[in-house]
Design a protein around this ligand. Structure first.
Ligand SMILES: Cc1cc2nc3c(=O)[nH]c(=O)nc-3n(C[C@H](O)[C@H](O)[C@H](O)COP(=O)(O)OP(=O)(O)OC[C@H]3O[C@@H](n4cnc5c(N)ncnc54)[C@H](O)[C@@H]3O)c2cc1C
Length: 600
């Protein structure tokens, strides 16, 4: 075991982590731990754009942007946070421009902007051009730009280091405790060695958890590690039942075709060739928020108007767009349609169906990135930003292009706060045997001669989530999902990996990731079962209305061990110990906008 000490440790080198690192490294001794090489982070897969009310091509302002974010999020958004994001969006884009990001330009040389779902002029009158973009490779450009800046600034990266545990000085749920951050425990992929990294501040920027589902736009590595690590250490997770299903995944595959396609004029059609969104959202049509469009698509399929031999998808029609326009604005995603489905988007409509895309929930934070341990108290030294966090700027449904914005605005804020806190703090004492939990769990899975296979359990988890906790949910379907997940957690206690080695043992790390996914799926489903209403991405067929009287509140989920028996800690470390999910709630912050019925 090796031990290191830093002022600030950032876990994750996606957009949020690297934006934080740029701020922190100029103020404090900073290390970035990342399980992927930085430029392989999922931010690099983002396509369509990053929004800001620059008003470069038509009238716009940050207040309209704030309103759209709140309404798009079905009023579960904390409005003070949305206001911060919309205001700081403008500088966030200009910061990237100054760093050298090659945005598409208007003929007179300004940053060009295009339409995206739910972004409107004057509180819903018509779609507005608010999304800044670099063709359909915006995330790629952001990630490369931030990485170059980090290299220039001399940021220290620990590449292919997997954080597996968070070290705190006390149990965050102990009423007499005074928890403070002590560091993280990480596993080095190349050697199998365990590292304890002490730090005054720790920033989690580990991204999303799309692999809870089978059909997803997310990379294989998006297993919600940061969320699950914090949750296992007694910290709450907020609003996890709100998962976004992006309307246009390639049918049967889930690979994303950016909403930029519809922003550039593509149209959704059913098997009759009908532009069905006119019925569901007469004003914004195909550019209504994602939850509305995904449900409309699923409904068309259910009612027998799906296309294809099995009538199980709808069609995204770009055939009326000029090929030169498609090539200039949407080159990558049209290539995906050719490569993966053999469809030529110039002349044929593309089969699409909703795909699990984005976790609106995550680790609850303040607008400064400080992580909350209950509704009001923070954990000194612990920060989170990006998809792992829940500020909450996305509420029950995130608007397209608001995430690339979120990671830049709140990544920057978290980096500054973490460094400033570290300047006045001392390293906390390490707990006894700091790596004990991680070593016990990994060694059990590595040395068990035979047992359950990771791939089998993961497949079963993803299938039950796709069938029972997707666009449409009911009490019965969610109960089924919960039973399935709990059985899988039990079986997870008997996992044996096939690779028994120490070097590059991805088999072992996938086993650890599966444990995280199982914990998070349980939180998603438990929160969804308790939320007897429909709001944003969470749609309960048995409670189709939004219920502001009872559910205008954030869910806060805690993992509670249900035994004090000796050895419980070791069992718990594997994510299988007897435990339950305890739900609590937190008020939504309202400032300017009173909830009203959403019409688009
Ligand atoms: C296909 C696709 C297209 C998208 N398009 C858009 C778009 O056009 N506009 C928009 O606003 N949003 C878009 N999104 C959403 C947006 O890209 C993501 O929400 C955002 O980039 C997440 O950034 P992040 O920094 O939080 O996480 P990520 O970029 O996912 O980075 C996570 C980092 O954490 C590290 N990590 C994870 N676990 C560990 C661990 N245990 N130990 C160490 N390191 C760890 C990883 O190595 C990685 O560096 C898209 C998403 C997808 C999947």
């Amino acid at each position: 075991m090796q031990t290191h000490s830093y002022d600030v440790v950032i876990v994750g080198a996606g957009g949020a982590g690297m934006r934080a690192a740029l701020e922190s490294s100029s103020r404090a001794r900073t290390a970035v731990l990342t399980k992927l090489y930085p430029t392989r982070s999922h931010t690099g897969a983002a396509q369509g754009g990053m929004c800001a009310a620059l008003a470069n091509v038509e009238e716009d302002n940050w207040e309209w942007h704030t309103f759209d974010t709140v309404k798009g999020g079905d009023y579960l958004v904390d409005q003070d946070a949305a206001e911060v994001m919309a205001k700081e969006a403008i500088d966030a884009v200009l910061d990237l421009e100054k760093m050298g990001l090659p945005f598409n330009r208007t003929p007179d040389g300004k940053i060009d902007q295009r339409r995206f779902g739910g972004h409107t002029r004057n509180h819903g009158d018509a779609p507005v051009r608010r999304s800044c973009y670099a063709a359909d490779r915006t995330g790629h450009m952001i990630l490369q730009t931030l990485y170059q800046q980090c290299v220039k600034a001399g940021v220290e990266f620990f590449n292919e280091f997997y954080a597996l545990d968070l070290l705190l000085t006390a149990d965050p749920q102990d009423p007499d405790g005074d928890p403070q951050v002590a560091g993280v425990v990480a596993y080095e992929l190349a050697t199998g060695e365990i590292h304890v990294v002490r730090a005054k501040s720790v920033v989690f920027a580990t991204g999303g958890a799309g692999k809870v589902y089978k059909t997803t736009s997310n990379a294989h590595t998006l297993t919600g590690d940061g969320m699950a690590i914090a949750y296992r250490r007694g910290l709450p997770l907020e609003d996890m039942e709100f998962f976004q299903f992006h309307p246009t995944g390639l049918a049967g595959l889930g690979i994303l075709l950016s909403e930029a396609a519809r922003g550039e004029g593509a149209i959704l059609r059913n098997s009759d060739g009908e532009r069905f969104m006119e019925r569901y959202a007469p004003t914004l049509k195909d550019l209504a928020p994602r939850d509305v469009v995904a449900r409309a698509m699923a409904n068309e399929v259910r009612e027998g108007r799906g296309a294809g031999p099995n009538k199980d998808y709808v069609l995204l029609d770009l055939t009326h767009l000029e090929p030169a326009h498609i090539d200039a604005k949407l080159p990558d995603i049209t290539e995906f349609a050719r490569t993966y489905l053999g469809v030529e988007p110039y002349t044929e409509p593309v089969p699409v169906y909703p795909t699990a895309h984005y976790a609106m929930g995550g680790m609850p934070t303040t607008v400064e990135g400080e992580v909350l341990r209950n509704n009001t108290d923070i954990v000194p030294g612990l920060y989170a930003a990006g998809e792992v966090a829940c500020v909450s700027v996305h509420g029950a449904n995130r608007l397209g292009t608001n995430s690339l914005l979120d990671i830049n605005v709140f990544g920057k804020r978290a980096g500054i706060t973490a460094a400033e806190y570290a300047a006045g703090a001392t390293l906390a004492e390490l707990p006894d045997d700091p790596a004990g939990r991680v070593v016990a769990q990994l060694e059990a899975m590595r040395t068990r001669p035979v047992g359950e296979k990771v791939a089998d359990l993961r497949r079963a988890l993803q299938e039950t989530m796709d069938v029972n906790a997707q666009v449409f949910r009911t009490e019965a379907s969610l109960k089924q999902a919960l039973v399935d997940i709990q059985q899988l957690q039990e079986r997870y206690g008997h996992v044996a990996v096939q690779d028994k080695g120490r070097r590059y043992n991805l088999d072992l790390l996938e086993a650890a990731e599966l444990g995280f996914l199982l914990d998070l799926a349980e939180v998603v489903v438990t929160g969804a079962l308790a939320r007897n209403e429909s709001r944003g991405g969470h749609y309960r067929e048995d409670y189709p209305q939004r219920d502001d009287t009872n559910f205008m509140r954030h869910t806060m989920a805690y993992r509670v061990a249900t035994t004090g028996a000796e050895g419980a800690e070791a069992v718990d470390a594997a994510g299988i110990g007897p435990h339950e999910v305890r739900l609590d709630y937190k008020p939504v912050t309202l400032t300017r906008y009173q909830p009203m019925e959403r019409k688009f």
